[in-house]
Design a protein around this ligand. Structure first.
Ligand code: EPU
Length: 332
């Protein structure tokens, strides 16, 4: 057995039968036919909670490479191999003057993991600039190509999340604009940060810097404190339900969604209202003090303990607000 502690960001002491680093697609194609099930493909392991040992093989994706597929005067199509570190790739694009991904700076994880949960932050989602995903069907070992619509993206959801374990994402191609001028800086926290800095028409570098500063002020660095970012999804409720709740909680924030009769409520507000923000158990694990949506492992927590805390929060939220919180992370 091999310890998974250094292969995921929650820092849980779980074991796997075998861990294999993948530096090329060929290694995966050679290994797969001789690997017994179950197996699991991890990038940086920034969205998983191990509640028990994994009695199989874990492939760790370290397949690297960035190339330009096509370019015109205004637009560039850039392909990144799935083992590229997401933040490094975003900063590479910002330095090249390719706009579109700057709001997604500092999100932990790899390029290949990004489409699975359609990562999003500060008013932008991955789906906004994704052109194509190249993935291996793990049953047939054939390459399949998915354009944006085939990926079935939704809030923290995709075809790949719905078909978890059936595909290995090899590369992702993005459509980016060749401009220094940022387009998306209207998310409240981002706008007020830029305002405080007296930045009126931000460049993509300034937006990336602002996003990095905001994230660093609120979200724990997984290298220092074990966590997997937002543990829960922000729930989408009917506007009628929201209006009802507003009678008791007039300050409850909300965000519009595409369907006019629904509204998204910050799970962090619900969790904080119930007094969980900053709560720690034995000084070992708990709810982060700056962001109630993030569960943290300070030291030696087990996955089962963190899972039990999340279950308690789900039940408390259901009782107080009649809202079903869903976990955003993968529980294994
Ligand atoms: N809020 C609280 N208490 C808190 C934190 C936030 O009440 O402890 C309220 C604030 O009033 C604020 C609202 O919640 O109005 C939204 O807060 P924030 O901007 O921090 O975003 P979030 O909804 O908590 C989502 C994403 C994050 C992403 C941020 C910024 C999900 C599940 N999470 O969090 O994504 O960085 O927006 O866009 O959608 C992740 O997925 O791992 C992640 C960190």
């Amino acid at each position: 057995m091999q310890n998974l502690k250094n292969y995921h960001t929650f820092g849980i002491d779980a074991q796997a039968k075998n861990i294999i680093a993948l530096h090329s697609l060929n290694t995966l194609l050679e290994e797969l036919p001789k690997t017994e099930k179950p197996f699991l493909c991890l990038g940086q392991g920034s969205n998983v909670l191990f509640c028990k040992d994994f009695l199989g093989t874990v492939f760790v994706n370290q397949i690297k490479g960035i190339s330009i597929v096509e370019e015109t005067q205004d637009t560039v199509w850039v392909k990144a191999q799935s083992g590229e570190i997401w933040h490094d790739f975003v900063m590479h694009c910002v330095e090249k003057g390719w706009a579109g991904m700057e709001n997604l700076a500092l999100i932990p994880g790899t390029v290949g993991a990004a489409p699975v949960q359609n990562i999003g932050a500060y008013g932008v989602e991955l789906k906004d600039s994704l052109a194509q995903v190249e993935a291996i069907n793990l049953d047939t070992l054939q390459i399949e190509l998915f354009d944006n619509s085939l990926c079935a993206f939704a809030y923290r959801d995709s075809f790949f999340k719905q078909n978890s374990g059936k595909y290995f994402i090899v590369s992702v191609t993005f459509t980016l604009q060749k401009t220094q001028k940022a387009q998306h800086y209207y998310y409240r926290a981002l706008q007020s940060y830029l305002h405080e800095q007296n930045i009126i028409n931000p460049s993509i570098q300034e937006v990336a810097n602002a996003v990095i500063a905001i994230r660093q002020s609120k979200l724990p660095d997984p290298k220092k404190i074990g966590n997997a970012g937002s543990f829960f999804k922000n729930p989408i409720v009917s506007k009628m339900h929201y209006k009802q709740l507003q009678k008791t909680y007039p300050n409850m924030p909300c965000f519009e969604v595409e369907q006019a009769e629904y509204i998204k409520v910050p799970a962090a507000f619900l969790i904080e209202t119930l007094g969980y923000k900053g709560k720690t158990i034995d000084g070992r694990y708990g709810v982060h003090a700056q962001q109630a949506l993030v569960l943290v492992n300070y030291k030696n927590a087990t996955g089962a303990e963190i899972y039990a805390l999340s279950q308690e929060i789900i039940q408390a939220v259901k009782k107080a607000f009649q809202i079903d919180l869903e976990r955003e992370i993968n529980v294994l």
